[in-house]
Design a protein around this ligand. Structure first.
Ligand SMILES: Cc1ncc(COP(=O)(O)O)c(C=O)c1O
Ligand SMILES: [Zn+2]
Length: 417
């Protein structure tokens, strides 16, 4: 296992700098290169299933169960786990019809220990921090990363410092960081500013845990492993997810590339990334077929988890979208609110950022970008209780448009060529 530049045209191997985050040659983000697993895919698939009956704490984690594709090896008692990753794939009932699909599944990553998908990466990030003897970890956050890091750091006995945009984080998420005992720094400005501040303060003593940390990305990959296992390794046509800083898109792309390269799947599902209209730099770049992403100085959306104007993992995300022949779309705050209400009415619930997936699917179906019989899984990234102020403010009055959307115009979706 070693660190290398994530840009395949550079691919510089980074040696002797275990905590580097950027390529010293071209400045792109780094990734972990793992050795090829020694076991045959069918043997590993069976082994991963059998581990569900094991009492080893690592096997009780839906992340570490797939450890052949994770960094390490770490000693079993070094692994910091809260039993994350074991979340269901919930069939969507009314919701599928509402967005014009015959079949839709929600993989609810919000049903993780701290209510968010971040736990999948944090168990690996904090395990690595502990392994290296880190005394203090830090991150900038729109709330969820902070809550997750604070919880795992507390488990590991490591001090946690979180940088939050002042006044722009839901009370519930802030409460979680407080409850887990993190030190909180409020930064004037938005998430992008908070990230600049934490990056500037990172010294040799500080282990940095935003999603540009390649260890976190490795853990987040396992959402795809677990999903495909639940589907008995028959990939869906599409996997839909919200896009903020784009670390999750990068992780999903890496997971699919590794599973394909190692013979676990033949067909690669197409990734669909949905952003909020007011914080949509990736969607803009995609529409313009641009190779460069123009950051937005003042991102604005009520889905505060994805109020991010300068996503750090954009380059990795674009590569993931090209590899999977993916799509990008954006949706308004009204569309998000309506989709969120629909997910609630289906007895599932999620936080606003997660509802972008359903809102985006409905929009893409209406445009005829995907057919009604496509098999689709949407990733719900955060729990409904993550932002109760939003629910009180918005959801009491929201009207959910009745009826199924039928594609009125068969216009091509914004598709990369
Ligand atoms: C609930 C939720 N959904 C989606 C995202 C976006 O994920 P990413 O930043 O990896 O694109 C975040 C990030 O904070 C989040 O908290
Ligand atoms: Zn490079």
């Amino acid at each position: 296992m070693y660190l290398r530049c994530s840009n395949p045209d550079c691919a510089a191997r980074v040696e002797g700098q275990d905590r580097a985050l950027q390529c010293p040659r071209c400045g792109d983000l780094l990734e972990l290169a793992l050795g090829v697993p020694l076991l045959d895919p069918e043997v590993l698939k069976r082994m991963w299933l059998e581990r569900r009956c094991s009492f080893d704490p690592r096997d009780g984690s839906g992340v570490w169960r797939f450890r052949e594709f994770l960094p390490g090896p770490y000693a079993p008692d070094e692994v910091v786990t809260l039993g994350e990753g074991n979340v269901p794939l919930v069939p969507a009932g009314k919701t599928a019809a509402w967005c014009g699909l015959k079949a839709l599944g929600f993989k609810h990553l919000g049903w993780n220990p701290t209510g968010c998908f971040k736990d999948l990466g944090m168990t690996v990030g904090i395990t690595d921090a502990k392994h290296r003897g880190a005394r203090e970890v830090a991150c900038a956050s729109t709330g969820n990363t902070a809550a997750s890091m604070a919880a795992y750091a507390a488990r590991a006995g490591i001090k946690a410092r979180v940088y939050l945009p002042a006044g722009a984080v839901s009370t519930n998420k802030l409460a979680q960081s407080l409850d887990y005992g993190a030190e909180i720094e409020e930064v004037e400005g938005n998430f992008d500013r908070a990230l600049q501040v934490v990056l500037a303060s990172a010294g040799p003593e500080l282990y940095f845990l935003n999603s540009i940390n390649p260890y976190r990305i490795e853990g987040q990959k396992t959402a795809i492993f677990s999903l495909l296992e639940q589907l008995q390794w028959r990939p869906p046509d599409y996997i839909v997810l919200p896009g903020g800083n784009l670390g999750n898109t990068a992780a999903f792309g890496k997971a699919l590339a590794e599973l394909k390269a190692n013979g676990f799947i033949e067909k690669v599902p197409r990734l669909i990334v949905i952003q909020a209209e007011g914080a949509n730099p990736l969607a803009r770049a995609w529409k313009a077929k641009s190779e460069e992403l123009q950051p937005m100085a003042e991102p604005e959306t009520e889905a505060t988890a994805i109020r991010i104007g300068s996503p750090r993992s954009w380059n990795k995300a674009l590569r993931a979208l090209r590899f999977t022949d993916g799509m990008v779309a954006d949706v308004s705050d009204e569309e998000i609110s309506e989709a969120k209400a629909m997910i609630g009415r289906d007895g599932i619930g999620c936080e606003p950022a997660s509802a972008t997936t359903l809102a985006g699917l409905r929009k893409l179906r209406c445009r005829g970008a995907l057919g009604s019989d496509a098999t689709v899984v949407a990733m719900l990234t955060g729990h409904a209780l993550k932002d109760t102020d939003y629910i009180a403010r918005r959801q009491a009055t929201v009207q959910v448009a009745a009826g199924v959307c039928v594609a009125p115009r068969m216009e091509r979706a914004v598709q990369w060529k």
